[in-house]
Design a protein around this ligand. Structure first.
Ligand code: GRG
Length: 305
């Protein structure tokens, strides 16, 4: 199986599982279900859930060939994608970035309305944790729940988003800009990426050395992801990216190209990619998941969306 085929297999498993977890019973209002599924099932790259499954496969000692091999890690994979989708829906709202386009389609509040989009985001967040409670044994579920809550809350996504808003409005300029920028992005973007890798490792009962390597890889992956996202905003094509670009300058946002220039940001991304690669050196080098993780990080500087 090539790395490409392996990645496609994981993506298919993830999309099937996301479809299943967002059916909900008849008690869920139809409009809410529709709004949730509209953004959750829209064509995202599925980076984070793929990282969960690849990290799991990398550290898992049981046989690869069981039919239900991914039954438990798929719950965590769905949960991170649900948290990610909620954050995109809320980030696009008029009170935040006020965007019209996401994943190549109208944003959730444009397609439905603001109240529905807020509620769809809220429901995605709570459903993510409900999904985690299905992980067995229960002690593992508790560990995963804590890991995800830390990444999503005040120390992660939400805290990072608040930091971004504060600095966008230039309230606090005391510390060196690049350090603040890194801190914001490690929370806003990096935390969920790192947690995706951690969750895969935790569920696979990885060793302390493996968990530390995954976490290091996640740190640099998050950094490279954010720098290349900022570069995409400057250099990318809106149609291919499926979202509005040239936002950072227009909204006076802090970004890597703004502080380092385009070439400096490309250099910083290359350094993060190299450091991420080194973090993986402790693993067996010719396994499928290892090759996929290396490919994902090496492709980041070429991303078009
Ligand atoms: C509203 C709590 C809250 C947080 C918002 C998601 C987010 C935090 C901000 C989005 C703005 C942004 C451009 C963040 C940088 C990185 C990022 C999260 C990009 C989008 O993720 P992709 O590229 O998207 O993985 P797809 O659609 O492929 O899943």
């Amino acid at each position: 199986m090539t790395t490409q085929t392996y990645a496609e297999t994981l993506r298919l498993e993830i999309n099937t599982a996301l479809d299943a977890v967002s059916q909900f019973s008849a008690d869920c209002p139809d409009r809410l279900r529709e709004a949730i599924r509209y953004m959750l099932l829209a064509p995202g790259k599925r980076f984070r859930p793929i990282l969960v499954l690849a990290a799991y496969d990398l550290c898992c000692r049981s046989s690869d060939n069981q039919d239900n091999h991914h039954q438990i890690p798929l719950r965590a994979a769905c949960a991170v994608e649900m948290i990610h989708s909620y954050s995109l829906i809320h980030d696009d709202l008029p009170a935040m970035d006020n965007d019209d386009l996401r994943r190549g389609i109208p944003t959730c509040h444009r397609k439905f309305d603001e109240a529905t989009a807020i509620l769809a985001g809220d429901a995605l967040q709570t459903s993510a944790f409900q999904e985690i409670t299905g992980i067995t044994p229960p002690e593992l579920a508790v560990q995963c729940c804590r890991e995800l809550a830390c990444a999503a809350g005040v120390y992660g996504l939400v805290g990072g988003q608040m930091g971004d808003i504060i600095h966008e409005k230039k309230i606090d300029h005391a510390a060196p800009a690049i350090e603040i920028l890194e801190k914001i992005h490690l929370r806003k973007t990096g935390s969920l990426i790192r947690t995706s890798l951690n969750l895969g490792g935790i569920i696979a009962i990885a060793s302390a050395e493996q968990l530390s390597a995954l976490s290091n890889f996640g740190y640099y992956f998050g950094l490279a992801f954010q720098i290349t996202d900022d570069l995409l905003d400057v250099l990318g094509n809106e149609q291919t990216a499926g979202k509005r670009l040239r936002k950072d300058d227009a909204m006076d946002k802090w970004s890597y190209p703004r502080f380092l220039g385009v070439d400096g940001a490309k250099q910083a991304a290359a350094e993060a990619v190299a450091n991420a690669g080194k973090a993986l050196d402790i693993f067996e080098q010719d396994s499928k998941p290892l090759k996929l993780l290396r490919e994902m990080i090496e492709q980041l500087p070429n991303r078009k969306k």
